[in-house]
Design a protein around this ligand. Structure first.
Ligand code: SLL
Length: 218
């Protein structure tokens, strides 16, 4: 089981020990989004609490993923009280106030019938659009939350048959809404569309070159 960002070649699959309960040649894909969303506290800001932020993990379409996720563990910076936060049901979110940016560890534990190891992800907490004095001032002036989100596809290679059946037969439902839901909205497809458009252009150019070569031969 691993993840691959769209447009990237997935890392080579780990060899799966021969397990008759696994479906040969099958792949089960669960799209997720995770990241951070931060607001400057404005007048309420003090030296150690300049921002209110949330780290989250969710289904790409805001769906409830509790049928395949047992819990999500967020590992905060040790300067926070009880830095290991365990969320056993959606919304998988932790909201805090603080002053600095750091890397948040996000460990996804799957339902026990998946028979998969936990997935280790990392969400860089972004408080400012850019880490320069100018960028910081602009982020504050914009009065808009700074959202740093990653889209990933969790790929279960040759999943256990019972698990795959359960996941595929599951009727999707929405995860509970939270304060950050309206800010995140739907996943922004612009990056992917841009990649596809670029790839199309490259392919069209190559076809042009091959056509010219063929013409030269005839
Ligand atoms: C930095 N390497 O130096 C980072 C560390 C830590 C942020 C950032 C704690 C808040 C509180 C907090 O915001 N820690 O004490 O409640 O930028």
């Amino acid at each position: 089981m691993e993840t691959a960002a769209p447009g990237e070649t997935p890392p080579a699959a780990e060899p799966i020990p021969d397990d008759p309960s696994r479906v040969k040649g099958k792949e089960l894909v669960v799209p997720i989004c995770y990241g951070t969303c931060a607001y400057w506290l404005g007048k309420k800001a003090d030296e150690y609490h300049s921002h209110k932020w949330t780290v989250y993990l969710r289904g790409a379409e805001h769906e409830d993923l509790s049928h395949c996720i047992e819990k999500v563990v967020f590992n905060l910076h040790p300067s926070f009280k009880e830095p290991v936060r365990v969320l056993e049901k959606p919304p998988y979110e932790v909201t805090e106030t603080g002053w600095g940016e750091f890397e948040i560890g996000v460990t996804v534990h799957f339902a026990s019938d998946a028979g998969e190891k936990p997935l280790e992800l990392s969400a860089p907490l972004k408080l400012y659009l850019e880490d320069t004095e100018k960028g910081k001032a602009e982020s504050k002036a914009a009065k808009k939350p700074v959202v740093k989100e990653k889209y990933e596809e969790i790929v279960f290679h040759e999943p256990r048959e019972e698990f795959a059946k359960r996941i595929e037969g599951h009727k999707p439902k929405k995860a509970p809404e939270t304060e950050i839901t309206p800010v995140l909205g739907k996943r922004d497809d612009r990056d992917e569309l841009l990649k596809i458009a670029t790839a199309r252009k490259v392919v069209a150019e190559r076809i042009g070159v091959v056509k010219q070569q063929l013409d030269a031969l005839s």
